[in-house]
Design a protein around this ligand. Structure first.
Ligand code: HEC
Ligand code: HEC
Ligand code: HEC
Ligand code: HEC
Length: 432
């Protein structure tokens, strides 16, 4: 038997559901706004040099970035403890005789120390051009826009320093409004342009490598204005770079008692990595290994504590390699092999310098052979330095590193031989 109230049941259900819905909506409406990692809460001015202002909007990136001031851990061949390279490898004092690197050559450290380290290095003196600040400070993008790079580079180091109070920071890599990665260094912009490339058309993955090329490259100071220039006009491989320097006749210093016009490599990580390495060919970027994704609860962000990937291989390599222990062992083998080849090249270079010194001291030496020996030594030492100054001890491109060191050794031995021949009187033809 149905109740006389049965016909009211559907209506009652609707009323109850509506009330419940209203209560839920009211509850949701009264909740505080959800916390979002990326909700901007302060306005960051275009080219803002002070990273702490940006960091208010992006605490995870800001906190990990700040760790680069204190990530001073040493690895077998790298890491960020600023040990003295000259004490570890006495050959360097010989190979860099007559130039500032023979007085102060410390291992690089993290981005947070760049400004302190340039101010403390024994290589800076009253003749140092302002150009030396180019890869050390987040003030640069603003200064380049304000004064132009020509004026920036022509300003003496001490004078320019009055406008510089920030180490490397967000403004070196990001656009403040969009947070997109950007090329900030006019020298990189010009070097790409000279090759017919426009970084604004690059993919996001390409930018994750090119942004590092703002600084981790070979460069030189062109002319009296010390204009920052990347020697990429003929290409970015070592043979293109040496050919370019030989064509423009640039020298970093003259080696004492030999008359050799020498070249000093900077830190060509970008050039070595992009010279057809396995990882580059597979589309892997610098940021994949040096800024791996990290979790903070539900938020995923790029670790801005840029450092040796060997300090966190599970994150740095584990995203792509399941056998993390195996690939880390491979790094060790590659670095040991590179180091061995590097030391052989150094021995050949030291011998070549000794032979050229002897020939240069002898007024009767064959001038043509001596000049050939000098030219060959110049190239050989630059080839060696391209790998020695590069910071991965060959890992960024193992095959290329061994090729370059092999050629360096070969050229140094030929230079030595020519210098010895320059001192040997030619055999008397037809006599006995
Ligand atoms: C496949 C992973 C990988 C990629 C990609 C990669 N690196 Fe590295 N990088 C390494 C490893 C491994 C080392 C060696 C670290 C060590 O010896 O402690 C290293 C070393 C370095 C160092 C020296 C670090 C130190 O602690 O001494 C710098 C600087 C560097 N890389 C910059 C770059 C730049 C710039 C790029 C892109 C042009 C790049 N790397 C691409 C893995 C990578
Ligand atoms: C504005 C210039 C600049 C940019 C851009 C830059 N770096 Fe650096 N980087 C430096 C300088 C300068 C140092 C050395 C600082 C020191 O020794 O005080 C350094 C140090 C490092 C180190 C530590 C080196 C060591 O031996 O401990 C690593 C690793 C590194 N950079 C990787 C990268 C990667 C990867 C990128 C791109 C995502 C990048 N850097 C972008 C200028 C830059
Ligand atoms: C040496 C270059 C460099 C510096 C300096 C730098 N970043 Fe980044 N940042 C990157 C790279 C590379 C990525 C990855 C971008 C991508 O994948 O498109 C990134 C990504 C980001 C992102 C996007 C989300 C994420 O984590 O992937 C934010 C936000 C960010 N950075 C904030 C900052 C802030 C804030 C600072 C200064 C405290 C800063 N960055 C300094 C290179 C840099
Ligand atoms: C974004 C993905 C990615 C990351 C991150 C990555 N790799 Fe790789 N790695 C690759 C790919 C792709 C190859 C090529 C695979 C192949 O051809 O078998 C490769 C190849 C290698 C090889 C073999 C190369 C050779 O020619 O012998 C070694 C060694 C290696 N990786 C080490 C590392 C180390 C160490 C790390 C961390 C510092 C790392 N990789 C990070 C993707 C990655």
């Amino acid at each position: 038997m149905t109740s006389k109230y049965a016909k009211y049941i559907p209506t009652a259900i609707i009323i109850i559901l509506a009330a419940a819905l209203a209560a839920v909506l009211l509850f949701m409406y009264n909740q505080p706004a959800p916390q979002r990692g990326i909700a901007p809460n302060v306005d960051v001015a275009a080219l803002e040099p002070d990273s702490s202002i940006w960091a208010q909007n992006y605490p995870n990136q800001g906190t990990t970035f700040a760790q680069t001031t204190s990530n001073n851990v040493r690895t077998t061949y790298g890491g960020s403890e600023n040990f003295d390279k000259l004490a570890v490898d006495p050959n360097l004092t010989i190979l860099f005789a007559g130039m500032p690197f023979s007085k102060g050559y410390t291992e690089d450290r993290g981005h947070g120390n760049a400004l302190t380290d340039i101010l403390e290095t024994a290589r800076v003196n009253e003749k140092t051009p302002g150009t030396c600040y180019s890869c050390k400070s987040a003030n640069n993008p603003g200064l380049w826009t304000e004064m132009g790079m020509t004026a920036y580079d022509a300003t003496p180091f001490a004078d320019l320093g009055q406008h510089i109070d920030q180490t490397i920071g967000c403004a070196n890599c990001h656009d403040a409004e969009t947070m997109a990665l950007v090329v900030t260094n006019p020298a990189l912009e010009e070097a790409l342009e000279a090759q017919g490339k426009d970084w604004r058309t690059f993919t996001r993955q390409e930018m994750r490598t090119v942004v590092c090329a703002n600084c981790h490259v070979e460069y030189y100071f062109q002319g009296d204005g010390k204009y920052l220039t990347f020697p990429w006009e003929q290409g970015t491989q070592i043979q293109n770079i040496v050919a370019y320097y030989n064509e423009v006749g640039f020298k970093d210093w003259e080696y004492p008692e030999t008359g050799i016009a020498m070249l000093k490599a900077q830190h060509p990580e970008y050039e070595l990595f992009t010279a057809g390495s396995t990882h580059y060919a597979a589309g892997v970027s610098c940021a994949d290994c040096h800024m791996p994704y990290t979790r903070d609860g539900a938020a995923k962000f790029s670790d801005h504590n840029v450092r040796s990937p060997l300090l966190q291989p599970e994150k740095a390599c584990g995203a792509c390699h399941t056998e993390v222990t195996y690939v880390v062992e491979r790094v060790r083998t590659i670095q040991d092999q590179t180091n061995k080849a590097m030391l052989s090249a150094e021995a050949a270079l030291v011998d070549s310098l000794t032979a050229i010194k002897a020939a240069a001291a002898d007024p009767n030496a064959n001038a043509t052979l001596l000049d050939e020996a000098r030219a060959m030594h110049r190239d050989a030492q630059m080839y060696w330095d391209f790998i020695a100054a590069e910071n991965s001890m060959g890992f960024h491109n193992p095959e290329e590193a061994l090729r370059i060191l092999g050629e360096a050794t070969d050229m140094a031995r030929q230079a030595q031989l020519k210098a010895i021949q320059a001192l040997t009187p030619p055999a008397q033809s037809g006599s006995n």
